[in-house]
Design a protein around this ligand. Structure first.
Ligand code: CA
Length: 230
């Protein structure tokens, strides 16, 4: 399971420890020592998960979590708060930050990695290696295979990521800019029509086994993966 994780932590030793353990677990790690830097990084690319220290210089972790939750673009990014030992945990829970989980310092690296895995599974299934099957179409991130039907289907890496995201978020309309954020990790420097090009390629790859109707165009809004007729 390889996810892009943003670590927001102002204590260098702890940040280093976390980054080393997450890299060892196969994740890509981005780092920030304050909320302002974190916001800048999030503006550039949406991470799969944010590990957020509660006490930061300047804007606090709680305020940052609230800001991310208030913005349509960032509200679904999973957040795990890091808190100091003591009774802060209860306070944090009461503060309704919208965090998905809390980890109290000091924590064991194994616990950290396990908690991240659990949150990703629940909140960002496209960042996990769990196979997905919908309407007879099966996608397996571990083997990078798409199957179902008799013909072999061969997808390029972008089409594969696109299909993985759509299948883990079915029955919902995704705008082009949301897809750029989620699949390309970039909504600023990639043109929206790039999405259309890859959607077309994805449909062609699914066509031999008649799965192309699952990838639907929603006029004026974007794309949707659905078993229901268009
Ligand atoms: Ca701190």
């Amino acid at each position: 399971m390889a996810a892009n994780i943003l670590v927001v932590e102002d204590e260098p030793a702890i940040q280093e420890l976390i980054a080393a353990n997450l890299s060892r677990a196969g994740h890509s790690v981005l780092r920030a020592t304050d909320a302002e830097t974190a916001l800048r990084l999030v503006r550039e690319a949406l991470p799969d998960l944010i590990l957020l220290d509660w006490m930061l210089p300047g804007m606090s972790g709680i305020d940052l979590a609230r800001r991310l939750r208030a913005d349509v673009r960032t509200r679904d990014v999973p957040i795990i708060m890091l808190t100091a030992r003591g009774d802060e945990r209860d306070k944090v829970v009461g503060l309704d930050t919208g965090a998905d989980d809390y980890i109290t310092k000091p924590f064991s690296p194994r616990e950290l990695v396990a908690r991240i895995k659990a949150v990703l599974r629940r909140r960002a299934p496209q960042a996990t290696e769990d196979p997905v099957e919908i309407g007879g179409l099966r996608l397996d991130p571990a083997t990078h295979r798409v199957s179902g039907g008799e013909q072999p289907m061969s997808l390029g890496p972008t089409e594969f990521r696109l299909l993985h995201f759509l299948m883990t978020h079915p029955e919902r309309v995704h705008s082009r800019s949301q897809l750029l954020d989620q699949v390309w990790g970039d909504h600023v420097f990639v043109e929206e029509r790039t999405v259309d090009v890859h959607i077309r390629r994805l449909r062609s790859a699914l066509e031999p086994n008649r799965f192309e109707h699952l990838v639907q165009t929603v006029r004026g809004a974007g794309y949707r993966f659905s078993r229901e007729a268009e």
